[in-house]
Design a protein around this ligand. Structure first.
Ligand code: PLP
Length: 407
């Protein structure tokens, strides 16, 4: 580093995933679209590789008044947005807890503010061994780090024993513990915690000695792409019924569900057991927002308020999204079936943007695939395939190609 202070971070020359994506784009330019499979990016693309956009949402954007985007939004978000995003997160379920929402620039902002406000410097944040890499980046940016538990046991189920072991280990060292669980349609595996998994998690927290405080961040960035929207939200009832020593926070995002990746909109939503805890949450998160990005963009907040203020429009958005979700789920099924047929092992998968293949030599296998024009993401424990960005036809042939490269 010449001028830069790394401060415990390791700063790479470029973001890994965007780097692979750039190489895929360069090969497309050189050899043509039909010679390249770009299974890297976490955005829903059509069969021709173009970004899919909800036209009903796009219409709302086009009809915005200048002051809908020019004016600052309140730091915690407009009142109408905060009401709408709570409805969007919970669906038909009505939480009994004290709920507060604070606007953030995407789910990323919610993750950042949760770590900054509910941990001490140098604390560890508990995440699964299969996880979205920016969790570590965000923790390191804030002078914290991550610790991992094993997501799956030998029976290919949620490894509750490993989760419990790590929770107990960390609460013995720290006053408080922030845990991030990304579900449903987990990135990178496509797993969704079952209600049984959740019941186990709840019991562990309840049994913590001395009522040690846990902040449980449910990262639901893909909640609308896991299957039926209401079924995917059933676990929120468990969050609502956690013991008093737990503060559940939902990291919500409009990036995927409203195809508004670039507008940067999301929220952090708490389910507090008392009004005092909810108020403290809102004050602290507002303060952190002021000290990082200040106000979040107003335009997407106005857009969500307009969608929730018009039942016909909301119905249209839901219907359009369902078509996207059904297409994605079909791709996932096709990939799963093809993997089963050729004997390629997958990490447990329920649905969503990604699937993963366990592999100890992921870097080498991905390099080999890249030479063949197939761009996937190597991870510490395997290979991530973005089902969201490849066609159903390609999903049917990719497993065989991956298996061949592994061999
Ligand atoms: N969480 C996970 C697991 C993700 O994959 C993403 C986006 O890729 C996010 C959160 C947050 O996305 P955004 O900040 O665009 O809302």
């Amino acid at each position: 580093m010449i001028f830069v202070e790394e401060n415990g971070r390791t700063i790479p020359k470029e973001d890994k995933i965007f780097g692979i994506n750039n190489r895929a784009k360069a090969m497309i330019k050189e050899k043509g679209k039909d010679k390249v499979v770009n299974g890297t990016i976490g955005a829903l693309l059509d069969d021709d590789g173009e970004l899919m956009i909800l036209s009903s949402v796009s219409e709302v954007f086009k009809n915005l008044e200048p002051k809908d985007f020019a004016e600052y939004a309140p730091i915690s978000g407009t009142l109408e947005f905060r009401k709408a995003i709570i409805k969007d997160a919970f669906g038909k379920y009505e939480p009994k807890s004290f709920v507060e929402a604070v606007a953030t620039p995407g789910g990323t902002g919610a993750i950042r503010n949760t770590i900054s406000n509910f941990t001490k410097l140098a604390d560890k944040i508990l995440v699964a061994d299969w996880h979205w890499a920016p969790y570590k980046t965000i923790a390191n940016e804030l002078g914290r780090d991550i610790e991992t538990f094993r997501l799956f046991n030998e029976a290919r189920k949620f490894d509750l024993a490993s989760f419990e072991f790590k929770v107990r280990e960390l609460v013995n060292k720290q006053d408080k513990l922030v845990i991030i669980l990304n579900t449903p349609a987990h990135n990178p595996t496509g797993y969704a915690l079952t209600l049984e998994d959740w019941a186990g998690v709840k019991e562990i927290f309840k049994s913590l000695e001395g009522g040690k405080h846990v902040v449980l961040l449910a990262d639901v960035a893909y909640i609308d792409f896991a299957g039926d929207e209401e079924e995917s939200r059933e676990f929120l009832k468990v969050l609502d019924e956690m013991s008093k020593n737990v503060l559940p926070v939902i990291a919500h995002s409009l990036s995927k569900a409203y195809t508004l990746y670039g507008l940067r909109c999301g929220a952090m939503i708490c389910l507090a057991k008392s009004a005092a805890v909810a108020e403290e949450f809102k004050n602290a998160c507002e303060y952190s927002s002021r000290g990082s990005w200040s106000n979040s963009p107003r335009a997407p907040q106005v857009m969500l308020s307009k969608i929730y203020g018009d039942d016909v429009l909301l119905g249209k958005v839901d219907e359009e999204r369902k078509a996207l979700r059904d297409m994605l789920l079909k791709r996932g099924k096709a990939f799963e079936e093809a993997a089963l047929k050729c004997g390629l092992e997958m990490v447990p998968f329920n649905g969503g943007f990604f699937a993963s293949i366990p592999c100890e030599r992921a870097e080498a296998v991905c390099s080999k695939l890249e030479a063949e024009g197939i761009f996937l993401v190597p991870l510490a424990k395997g290979i991530r395939v973005s089902i969201a960005s490849v066609s159903e036809d390609l999903c049917k042939i990719l497993p065989e190609r991956i298996l061949a490269a592994m061999k």
